[in-house]
Design a protein around this ligand. Structure first.
Ligand SMILES: Cc1ncc(COP(=O)(O)O)c(C=O)c1O
Length: 372
């Protein structure tokens, strides 16, 4: 299976060794083991249990404890609906490899996390790309969806909250979306890796799994739970989809690490504390970014409602690749060009790292912009 290069990953791999400040990070509040331990009622007990973990394959479908914990993040999920994977990347890939075949019609949106169009294309699907627009607050145009979807559409791939725009489809919007898709009988794969980081109201925006029988939710420990290094994700879907996915899973996953399974449970059991902490960072830093943007003449954006990234439009006659190359060359600061997500004229900023670091980088960016 030939697949196009992953633009975001390639850019970061090629630029991170020479940067002095990274504004491409999409994680928030990444924890040390110590910090996770400090959230537990009985840390000594945790250490004892971990020291005694036998490092075999263990339960290949994941421990009951972890499966129950993941189910608790949904309204209607039962054990039979859960598949544990290697990160959300593993979850998205397994869903697509299991359900999409050559010639199938797949609809997705740009900008979005690249897997959602690259993998279906690599399978040989007929991928229809619709463009999210700032004038719609980066939300899908439902009339456009109605006129694009056909009875041949196998799957619609969406991402909520969205990376890079930070747009959030709320329950009402998702219900309207589902009504349209239901008529065609297509699956909706919703990458919900930032679910839990909706900035206002319930941080866990309604999951597609709880709204539609053919809704498939993918997510992970990486963003909301601040543990990207566990490489642990999941799929929540109907039993029928789970059965299909498990055929592929045996080839690609076998199981996740037992220590990761154990630590993921600890984090989900302490989700309220972790989410509260992370939301505070998201909101405080976003206000700082918002204040900075208000003073810019060449940068505009639609303020995000969730997630950890913002997609900034710049008003300069230069490609986003050149802008980011030149900026990093002059200042050492790495930002992500929109063109590596196949949308030029924008840059993606991860704003949930250390506040002072970001403020300082933004100040350098304004200075730099005023001189070119
Ligand atoms: C929308 C989206 N999906 C999936 C992933 C991958 O997440 P994981 O670390 O769980 O593989 C990312 C990571 O940035 C992401 O932004």
């Amino acid at each position: 299976m030939k697949i196009k290069e992953f633009g975001v990953e390639t850019w970061i791999n090629e630029h991170e060794t020479s940067c002095t400040c990274d504004l491409t990070n999409t994680c928030v509040g990444v924890m040390r083991f110590n910090e996770l331990l400090a959230l537990c009622d009985n840390p000594k007990n945790v250490i004892d249990e971990m020291l005694n973990l036998q490092l075999g394959y263990g339960k290949v479908f994941g421990t009951e404890r972890l499966r129950n914990n993941i189910a608790s993040l949904y309204e209607n999920a039962k054990d039979a609906n859960i598949v544990i994977t290697h990160g959300a990347v593993g979850a998205n890939a397994l869903v697509m490899l299991s359900l999409i075949e050559k010639g199938d019609e797949v609809i997705t949106y740009l900008p979005i996390y690249e897997q959602h169009y690259s993998i279906p294309s690599s399978i040989g699907a007929n991928v229809k790309i619709l463009y999210l627009k700032e004038e719609n607050n980066w939300l899908p145009d439902l009339e456009e969806l109605k006129s694009t979807i056909t009875p041949k559409t196998k799957m619609i791939c969406i991402n909520n909250p969205n990376n890079p725009t930070g747009a959030v489809m709320d329950e009402d919007f998702l219900k309207q979306f589902v009504e349209i898709v239901k008529k065609a009988g297509a699956y909706i794969l919703c990458d919900e890796v930032y679910r839990g980081l909706t900035h206002n109201g319930n941080p866990f925006t309604k999951s597609i799994f709880d709204l539609y029988e053919k809704g498939i939710s993918t997510s992970s420990m990486s963003k909301t739970f601040s543990l990207p290094g566990l490489r642990l994700g999941w799929i929540v879907a109907s039993k029928d989809v789970v059965d299909k996915v498990n055929i592929q899973r045996n080839y690609h996953v076998i199981c996740v690490g037992r220590i990761n399974d154990y630590l993921a449970s600890l984090a989900i059991e302490n989700k309220d504390t972790i989410v509260k902490h992370n939301l505070k960072i998201c909101k405080t830093n976003l206000e700082m970014l918002d204040n900075w943007i208000k003073n810019q003449t060449r940068i505009t954006y639609v303020k995000p409602n969730g997630g950890t990234t913002a997609f900034l439009k710049y008003n300069l006659p230069i490609s986003s690749k050149n802008l980011c190359e030149n900026f990093q060359h002059d200042t050492g600061i790495m930002i992500l060009p929109g063109s590596v997500m196949d949308v030029d004229g924008y840059i993606r900023l991860g704003y949930t790292d250390d506040k002072d670091k970001i403020q300082n980088a933004l100040n350098i960016f304004s200075d730099w912009l005023s001189k070119i």
